[in-house]
Design a protein around this ligand. Structure first.
Ligand code: PAF
Length: 287
């Protein structure tokens, strides 16, 4: 696996690959790689001739008081994971490589979709994500880019940005990878102590309950949509029964625009953010 720390190194390798007619897949990450990331790399390796992963804890997507400094970093281990999955190149730039002195250009999706869900409690987060992902797209010029469905809002925002900015890159969403008890894999799970880790399963329990309710209703359709209020109430009751949990939001939204909806049909999204102790976890499912 090639390790590149500069944009120039990446460009030289990509130029060579493209001259050989090879397709390139990109997996953008912030490192602290887990099974979820590994599944994205697997998909990139399977779907493209060459797979590139970026490992960069992007400061512009963290708000004041968030966990930029404490975010887990272990590049040596990340390389082992990437190499084992057959990744061809890892791009691991310093902050100054991505945001040199005088840096001043940001990509901001201004529609309502970045103001919903996580956008409410993390203002500026998606501006940072869109900016760094745009830069990575321009540096790597991939044919396809792979993102986890666990970050459902991020995935929808990136799809919109790619459409708006005519990137011509296929965005591939990959299913959430879960622990044995259902907790969605996340780099932030490492913040949880033993008691919090046990409590964190409440997110998945609430999702499972909502899915059971949906299964009992039968498949929702335009004539017979599912009632968002009933699903949210059942999920809220389960999460609230866990003393270590504090709900940031449990919302039902249109799967594409992310605007709130009361009557849900196939493709809509039920998403949640819950603090377990000080750790903010997210999860979701699609109707
Ligand atoms: O999902 C993440 O880890 C990050 O938001 C991303 C897409 C790598 C951008 O920094």
């Amino acid at each position: 696996m090639i390790t590149a720390t500069t944009i120039e190194e990446v460009r030289n390798v990509i130029k060579k690959w493209k001259a050989e007619g090879l397709t390139v897949g990109l997996v953008p990450t912030m490192g602290a790689l887990h099974e979820g990331h590994a599944s994205l790399v697997e998909a990139a390796v399977a779907g493209c001739d060459r797979a590139v992963a970026s490992v960069f804890v992007n400061p512009t997507q963290f708000g004041e008081g968030e966990d930029l400094d404490s975010y887990p970093r272990d590049f040596a281990r990340d390389c082992e994971v990437l190499e084992a999955k057959g990744c061809d190149m890892v791009f691991h730039p310093a902050v100054e490589e991505m945001y040199p002195d005088g840096y001043g250009t940001y990509v901001n999706l201004e529609s309502e979709m970045t103001k919903q869900l996580c956008g409410k409690s993390r203002p500026g987060h998606f501006r940072g994500v869109c900016t760094v992902v745009s830069k990575l797209f321009n540096i790597v010029t991939p044919d396809r880019a792979y993102f986890g469905e666990k970050d459902a809002q991020q995935l929808a925002v990136i799809r919109r940005m790619v459409k708006d900015m005519n990137y011509g890159i296929e965005i591939v969403g990959c299913p959430t990878v879960r622990e044995a008890d259902g907790l969605a894999r996340s780099s932030r799970n490492s913040y949880l102590n033993e008691e919090e880790r046990a409590a964190a399963v409440v997110l998945y329990r609430s999702i499972s309950r909502a899915k059971e309710m949906l299964a009992a209703f039968g498949a929702p359709s335009a004539e017979d949509p599912a009632d968002a209020g009933a699903l949210k109430a059942a999920m809220t009751e389960i999460v609230s029964s866990e003393p270590l949990a504090r709900i940031d939001y449990i919302e039902a939204v249109d799967g594409e625009t992310l605007l709130p909806k009361e009557r849900l049909v196939s493709g809509d999204l039920v998403a949640m953010a819950v603090y377990i102790g000080k750790t903010r976890l997210i999860d979701n499912f699609t109707i």
